[in-house]
Design a protein around this ligand. Structure first.
Ligand code: SAH
Length: 341
């Protein structure tokens, strides 16, 4: 069966060329066509001999995911993509002052079941292949005629539950002959799959890691995030410490502000005590309300009080700027409006 050419790291392509008795550097030429010149038709690869092009056409496709729907708001573009098997996924572009950033999905649906999250209402149908994640970037860059500055893996899905494909995706977009997204401009967000965090700590490409914590005690986190029953806060904290030791990189703790659920000053103090003296910072996320779930966003006053308490207790902290509230940009909302298969 033909494979999608966007699914290959450069070293995998080098192996391919060696296996057909060709020189390895052809892999770099292919990368230049795909990711620098953005020519996605093998017959136009003019520096590759005709007979090799024919062989490539026999072995590979360059099929792209297609844009099913697109919505925009100030500084935000939200895409719904149709995959070859008629499943749907989402990606969002946010235009920051430092350049445009994309939030990509890693799976069709998600099995983590976080109670406040729209994506979790739709169980995982399958993992995304690396090429389907790469193509979220390529298709949007072509559609908007821009180059993205940074990539966050925070869309639908739990990236560490699709580990191999995510690492392949990161390797492809980080390649110096490819899309060239620097490791410091790639952020992976996880609900805390501890064994996979240990693997990530060993990765030679040092990306940013964000942890969706959302609660300072096991009692509350168990209620909000089923994953906590498998990897509780103490285990997660150990994994974060291990990551900090190995990489020396600061870790982000994400904390979504849910009205009267996790937003009291006492909870801020507990959160501060949990991470005292660790190289982390807390990103407070105003909750994006959805039609289906009972959770409400905390008031500005409460968010500010929570923020002040963290600061007073020595924790670095930011409040996430909001994007796309008018276009159902909350995780899973756009896809939720379509039916899969
Ligand atoms: N599974 C990964 C990445 C996808 S979710 C993770 O859990 O980190 C990305 C982030 O958005 C997580 O922190 C998630 O808890 C949060 N989130 C989910 N629904 C949200 C909503 N309605 N409003 C604000 N943040 C939300």
């Amino acid at each position: 069966m033909k494979k999608n050419l966007f699914d290959f790291t450069r070293s995998e392509l080098e192996n391919y060329f060696e296996s057909i008795g060709e020189k390895k550097f052809k892999a770099t030429q292919i990368y230049e066509w795909l990711y620098q010149k953005r020519v996605w038709d093998i017959s136009e690869f003019s520096n590759i001999k005709k007979e090799i092009r024919t062989k490539l056409e026999e072995d590979f496709t360059l099929d792209l995911i297609t844009i099913e729907k697109k919505e925009s708001d100030v500084g935000t573009y939200k895409y719904l993509f149709r995959l070859a098997d008629d499943n749907f996924i989402e990606a969002v572009v946010m235009v920051h002052d430092y350049g445009p950033s994309i939030c990509v999905s890693s799976e069709v649906g998600c099995n983590m079941g976080c109670k406040f999250c729209e994506s979790g209402r739709q169980k995982k149908i399958r993992n995304l292949e690396a090429y389907e994640i790469v193509e979220q970037i390529l298709v949007i860059e072509r559609d908007l005629n821009i180059r993205l500055k940074s990539v966050v893996i925070m869309g639908i899905g739990e990236p560490l539950d699709n580990y191999d494909n995510i690492i392949k995706f990161i390797t492809i977009i980080n390649d110096s002959k490819g899309i060239q997204i620097g490791a410091r401009h790639i952020t992976l967000s996880t609900c805390g799959l501890v064994p996979k965090m240990a693997l990530l700590a060993e990765l030679p490409i040092q990306i940013n890691l964000a942890i969706s914590l959302h609660a300072p005690t096991d009692e509350l986190r168990n209620k909000l995030m089923p994953v906590n029953k498998v990897y509780n806060i103490a285990t997660l904290k150990e994994a974060i410490n291990h990551y900090l030791q190995l990489t020396g990189r600061r870790v982000t703790i994400e904390y979504v502000m849910l009205n009267n659920v996790n937003d009291s000053v006492e909870e801020a103090i507990k959160l501060a005590n949990l991470f005292k003296k660790m190289n982390i910072y807390v990103n407070l996320i105003p909750y994006n309300e959805t039609n289906h779930l009972e959770f409400k966003r905390s008031s500005k006053t409460k968010i500010m009080a929570f923020y002040d308490t963290l600061k007073k207790n020595g924790i670095n902290c930011t409040i996430r700027k909001e994007f796309g509230a008018n276009i159902n940009a909350a995780c899973g909302q756009l896809r939720g409006s379509m039916k899969n298969k």
